[in-house]
Ligand binder design. Structure first.
Ligand code: UD1
Ligand code: CA
Length: 468
């Protein structure tokens, strides 16, 4: 909305989280709490002033560009926090929106409704409230003759006041011309000895200002995160909303109850997600894919028509269109699986490029390797990339065939179309179209086993008496 200034309060210690990390950096479905308030402020308003606590470099970094940041050196309460933003609000005569940083499920529609109501009524302050079944812990909105009189905190409320089901969401719209003089008059006369922003409502009213309130239509929007139990409860709600968004956009989620998809993930239409899948950290998944049961997909870019069979674990890598992976494969960072490539069970890749149509179908380790197109990597093949001190590269040309249980000791280059015999330990480069075998001569000693068993008075177990 044009001319709207938003103050976001993020200096609270978050004591109830019992964490070394500031509360606003705790993640909800893959995004720090603070990013929800920032996204909301960017959607609805123009200017943003963020109030942070001392030693909050990480919070400052999370804020990104276009945000004015002020420090609240001593955490003396929500009213004191807003006061710190005053310097950035000089000359603001339009509305000032105040957002907490721990109420992440608020929608832009609700805030627009709040600011719209504030403008049409010409109020001194408009409070966003919620009618909830369990108001315990929240500030209660006290009305007289239907009009908001003041807000009382849970710990300061009388038994009767505690029965009030209308709570303060900590979201307010203030008249920028009337806020500051009243805020200065707030006194820390309460159970916590803090300067409460909530007191401004009563004071503005007493001074003859009009106080308005509107309630959220969906009480879930008003839920705050003060401890980790609430964080988990809100994550469950947000998770369901994310899944609903994907399902409405054409993604099949077979079991929403066991599917965890972060807020930052994108998925194309007609992709099917099986139960017990986790997709996080801004992964992108294309259309018409199948994501098998139990896959964990982190910071991945996956093309269209990719099939992940059950229990693939993968991170920070790319899979191109039509590739087939799993079950039970492991992609560590910086892997690039080309189109139509196949990565089978118990194959681990790290920092490796697999060309178009290449296959490593069973039991292999491929690290620091560049593998061409249509290469076949046999079961048990290993790139020996580490000498105890440094990592070395393996290059395998197009159409090469790496036999079962081959060990390729890097640095090494296998030419295009070359064959590596099964069980070979390859330490020298192999020219194109050559066969490299490194094996002892095979010997077969006729009758040796029969004589050996005879020395022990035994016969072959499957041998009948009639056979001799
Ligand atoms: C606050 C409200 C309460 C409301 C509830 C809704 C007050 C006094 N109480 O209570 O009426 O029902 O939110 O969720 O406002 N903060 C600072 N500096 C401080 C203290 C807090 O920046 O010195 C920030 C926090 O980071 C947080 C917000 O202000 O984002 C609210 O603080 P918090 O301590 O969580 O208040 P509640 O007890 O939840
Ligand atoms: Ca809170």
């Amino acid at each position: 909305m044009h001319g709207l200034t938003t103050i976001i309060l993020a200096a609270g210690e978050g004591k109830r989280m019992r964490s070394r990390q500031p509360k606003v950096l705790h993640e909800l479905c893959g995004r720090p709490l603070i990013s929800y308030s920032l996204r909301l402020a960017r959607t609805v308003g123009d200017r943003i002033v963020l109030v942070v606590g001392p030693d909050a470099d990480a919070v400052r970094a999370a804020a990104g560009d276009g945000v004015a940041i002020v420090e609240q050196r001593e955490r003396l309460g929500t009213g004191h926090a807003v006061l710190q933003a005053r310097g950035h609000c000089e000359g603001v005569d339009g509305p000032i929106l105040v957002l907490p940083s721990d109420v992440p499920l608020l929608s832009a529609e609700t805030i627009e409704r709040l600011v719209g109501h504030h403008a049409t009524t010409g109020a001194a302050a408009t409070v966003l409230t919620a009618i909830v079944a369990r108001p315990h812990g929240y500030g209660r909105v006290l009305r007289q003759g239907g009009r908001v009189k003041r807000i009382v905190e849970d710990r300061d409320a009388t038994d009767d006041e505690k029965k009030v089901g209308e709570i303060n969401t900590s979201v307010y719209c203030f008249d920028g011309r009337r806020l500051w003089s009243v805020l200065e008059r707030v006194r820390p006369e309460n159970d916590q000895g803090e300067y409460y922003l909530t007191d401004v409502i009563g004071l503005l009213g007493k001074a003859g200002g009009r106080i308005e309130a509107i309630a959220v239509t969906d009480p879930e929007e008003a839920l705050g995160v003060n401890d980790r139990k609430q964080l988990a409860a809100l994550a469950a709600i947000q998770r369901r909303r994310i899944l609903d968004r994907h399902m409405l956009a054409g993604v099949t989620i077979l079991d929403p109850a066991t599917t965890y998809i972060d807020d930052t993930v994108t998925i194309g239409a007609d992709t099917v997600v099986y139960p017990h899948v986790i997709v996080d950290v801004a992964s992108e998944i294309g259309s018409d894919c199948v994501i098998g049961a139990g896959c964990h997909i982190r910071a991945m870019r996956i093309g269209d028509r990719v099939q992940l069979k059950p229990y693939c674990v993968m991170a920070e890598s790319v899979i191109e269109d039509g590739a087939v992976l799993g079950p039970f494969c492991h992609l560590r960072p910086k892997v690039h699986v080309g189109p139509q490539a196949h990565i089978g069970n118990f194959v681990e890749l790290k920092k490796t490029r697999m060309g178009r149509g290449s296959k490593a179908n069973h039991l292999a380790y491929l690290g620091d390797a560049t593998i061409g197109e249509r290469v076949n990597v046999g079961a048990g093949a290993i790139t020996c990339n580490y000498d105890g001190f440094s990592k070395h590269e393996t290059k395998i040309g197009d159409d090469a065939f790496i036999g079962t249980n081959a060990s390729l000791v890097a640095p090494i280059t296998i030419g295009e179309g070359a064959y590596i015999g099964a069980g070979s330990t390859i330490t020298k480069d192999v020219p194109p179209d050559a066969l490299a075998v490194e094996r002892n001569q095979q010997v077969a000693k006729d009758g040796w086993a029969t004589r050996w068993r005879a020395r022990h008075g035994a016969k072959r177990p499957g041998q009948t008496k009639k056979d001799g």
